[in-house]
Design a protein around this ligand. Structure first.
Ligand code: UD1
Length: 419
């Protein structure tokens, strides 16, 4: 298992180019199964998770070639509506395949994803919605066996869910009556998926809002389309956090400012300065003390749970006390004991963290327990005195393209130790 050695405290300096969004690429890749066709998808980040999704599409019968972050996917001959445990257990987003398989084959056998590092993460909203759409859904030997031609329904999510919204939408090919979703996810990744599904032939009203309507359609014939994945707003937020925690100046390119507004505003509140900004790039600078701001995570356009661990690392070095509450995932705090190993002063109670800022962090051996917890530890390592050894970086490889080479190009002394 690879680890990173990071020498701190470090400054960063220069320009970083943000990769395509992992959480937009994954559903868009798997959506191609829903309708036979030839697809060209660009700006796909080369990550462990996107490689897992390629394997899954190949198991279903698709063929894929990949070059320079562009995937050419041929789903005309898909013939196997089964997603095995070995793949689904390594990546929850594999469960997205259920909707496309039901659209295309009216049947699917998909392993249940199981737990993850921050709790049980159920899929009950997905299953209830497909039942409402007319599917028979049973659990057999750890697999969801679903069958039936899906039809329109009025779906109301009691909690807004990114995955369930995407899965239901991908199940909407060949609907014979209208479908509505209330309390749909408004996350930019779902908006990007909607734009792709429209290119694939769905008519969707309300894109980017909580209320979506999908109209009846006949989508059996083969198509040929192209799409470019949006930039990764969480990677952008992580690099903003890197500039703040190292008190540095940084230019970030290939971003959509409106997608990171809440995160950017939060960092501005604690002292970040914007030196230059356009719709797709920003130059930022941080100097002085990190000021106080309490945050609570929320669905888009709120502060994203996927930035909660990185924000927590930054606030460890504030000179005041602050609070972080995760309202989306109540158990997403496995980074806290590791930050404490680096000298942070943090108390965790239920889903609320109280951070008592310290003057400095000191290097130690720490371990990644999930993707964003890993990012938080790497950020903390940048600001720690001495050489921090961050182990189990395979979690980080799931979601950050070329993280260490991007950091190295900004002047960080970081090296990967393979074992
Ligand atoms: C997606 C993101 C993940 C992010 C999360 C929240 C992908 C691949 N992953 O995960 O990075 O942290 O959104 O922004 O895009 N819930 C249920 N039952 C369900 C589904 C969800 O109770 O069937 C609950 C969850 O436990 C959670 C909340 O709903 O409390 C939101 O989860 P959801 O938006 O579904 O997260 P994911 O799609 O799994």
């Amino acid at each position: 298992m690879d680890s990173f050695k990071i020498k701190g405290p470090s400054k960063i300096n220069g320009t970083v180019e943000i990769s395509g969004s992992k959480n937009a690429a994954l559903p868009i890749m798997v959506a191609t199964i829903a309708r036979p066709g030839l697809y060209e998808i660009s700006n796909v980040p080369d990550l462990r998770d996107t490689r897992t999704m390629i394997k899954l599409i190949e198991i279903i019968g698709g063929s894929i070639s990949s070059s320079n972050n562009t995937l050419k996917i041929d789903t005309r001959y898909c013939n196997n509506p089964n997603a095995p445990y070995d793949l689904v257990k390594t990546m929850r987003a594999s469960f997205y395949v259920l909707g496309p398989l039901l659209s295309r084959f009216q049947k699917a056998s998909v392993s249940l994803p199981g737990g993850c590092a921050w709790g049980p993460r159920p899929v009950d909203f997905h299953l209830k919605a497909f039942e409402q759409m007319g599917a028979d859904v049973i659990l057999e030997n750890g697999y969801i066996q679903a069958s039936g031609k899906l039809s329109g329904a009025d779906i109301i999510f009691k909690v807004s869910s990114v995955g369930a919204t995407g899965n239901v939408l991908m199940g909407c090919f060949n609907l014979n009556s209208q479908l509505t979703i209330k309390n749909a996810s408004m996350e930019p990744e779902i908006t990007d998926l909607c734009h792709f599904l429209v290119k694939m032939g769905l008519k969707i009203d309300g894109i980017g809002t909580k209320n979506l309507t999908v109209y009846p359609n006949d989508s059996k014939s083969s198509i040929n389309i192209k799409h470019k994945i949006i930039p990764d707003r969480i990677e952008a937020g992580t690099f903003i956090a890197a500039a703040v925690i190292t008190k540095s100046q940084l230019t970030i390119k290939n971003i959509i400012i409106s997608d990171i507004k809440n995160v950017l505003d939060s960092f501005i509140y604690i002292g970040l300065k914007i030196l230059e900004s356009s719709e797709t790039s920003i130059t930022i600078d941080f100097s002085g003390e990190i000021k106080k701001l309490n945050i609570s995570t929320d669905v888009f356009p709120g502060f994203p749970t996927d930035m909660q661990p990185q924000w927590t690392s930054v606030m460890c070095l504030s000179n005041v006390e602050s609070i972080v509450e995760d309202r989306i995932y109540h158990d997403r705090f496995s980074h806290i004991p590791e930050l404490i190993r680096l000298g942070a002063n943090i108390k965790l109670k239920n889903n609320v963290v109280t951070i008592y800022g310290v003057d400095k962090l000191k290097a130690a051996d720490v371990m990644c327990t999930d993707l964003r917890a890993g990012a938080a530890l790497i950020l903390a390592a940048l600001a720690s005195e001495g050489t921090t050894n961050v182990s189990r970086v395979y979690h980080v490889d799931r979601g950050y393209e070329n993280f260490e080479s991007k950091l190295r190009s900004l002047g960080v002394e970081i090296c990967r130790i393979s074992s």
